[in-house]
Design a protein around this ligand. Sequence first.
Ligand SMILES: Cc1ncc(COP(=O)(O)O)c(C=O)c1O
Length: 379
Amino acid sequence: MIDRVQRYGTPLYYFDGEILRDRICFLRKHIPEATDLCYAVKANPFLIKEAAPYVDRLEVCSPGEARICFDQQVPEEKMVISGVYKDPDFMQELVQQHPLIGWYTVESMSQYQLLTQLARTYGRKLKLLPRLSSGMQFGMDEKEITGILEAPDPEVEICGLQFFSGTQKTSLKKMRREMEKSSRLVRAFGLQELEFGTGFPVFYFADETFDEEAYLQGFRALLEEYAEGLTVTLELGRSITASCGTYYTTVVDTKQIGSEKFAIVDGGIHQIAYYGQFMAMKLPCMRLLPERKADAEPWNICGSLCTVNDILVKEWPTAPLSQGDVLAFEKAGAYCVTEGIALFLSRDLPAVVLKSAQDGKEHLLRAHVETNTLNEGEY
Ligand SMILES: Cc1ncc(COP(=O)(O)O)c(C=O)c1O
């Protein structure tokens, strides 16, 4: 562990492709064989190439995500172009230059009109998945989808529905209601496919327990009950990638103020953000490197931003810390690497390394990037 830190320096994100692959196998084992998996790449675009061979689809929500997919030679057939804002110029480029793209979701009437128009202009029979709204700004109202289906444009094929209502969903009761409704509508509309975002939960903090096997068994029963005869694809991000990532940061200073012990690290909240970690109220799963035995004492772990909010952990019980110690934050494979306020204080971006399961080698996906927010300016 410590050797990778020496090799690449900190702050560092390290993603393990074997853990990613095994996690996808684990999820597949717990769902019916006929159910497909779609990787929502927003969870971690650094893992697109590594995850692509093991999933049936990749959900892509922005021009940047699409460009990464093309760059990483993801088969177009596996791509689902999604997103609440579909930039018209970019959609045109996709329809014109990437004829094999698998599906486009539809989140509004104007998206529908844009896509039917592009299908007509370029002579492409686009496959569409209208997104059924759960009441938020995403997707479309049931009535509007009904309107589309009553007189579908012959230039496109409406294959089914997409549905996603939120992340970190622990309630199988709620999931049942959503699956019942969305699968009923797919059938009522005479469609075949349901692309269903499950929002499977990830438990990030030390004191949380969750019987995932029992939860997945319950979910499987829901699929067996509601999805029979449909082509169902589960759209997942967090649950696929969280476990394969670790964030390493080095203690660069220590101090005691009154009775409080503080360790300042070279990373901070601009680089790692766990879901539900408000004001560092919870203890993430983390380790001290090198490991050592000593009486534990409470340490506050703070990053290097000039804000009182830059607290990674409050009162972490650990052996006494000193400069050069490394802290490894586990379960950092989903969202953390992209969700931070990276440019605050113009701090450098962390290095990103992937150990690929495909060739067994470490790949430096991004060296530390020096940030200079004015570097394009003439000012
Ligand atoms: C449409 C859609 N599908 C899938 C996901 C992935 O959710 P999760 O990471 O909870 O699996 C998201 C996340 O925002 C989403 O917006």
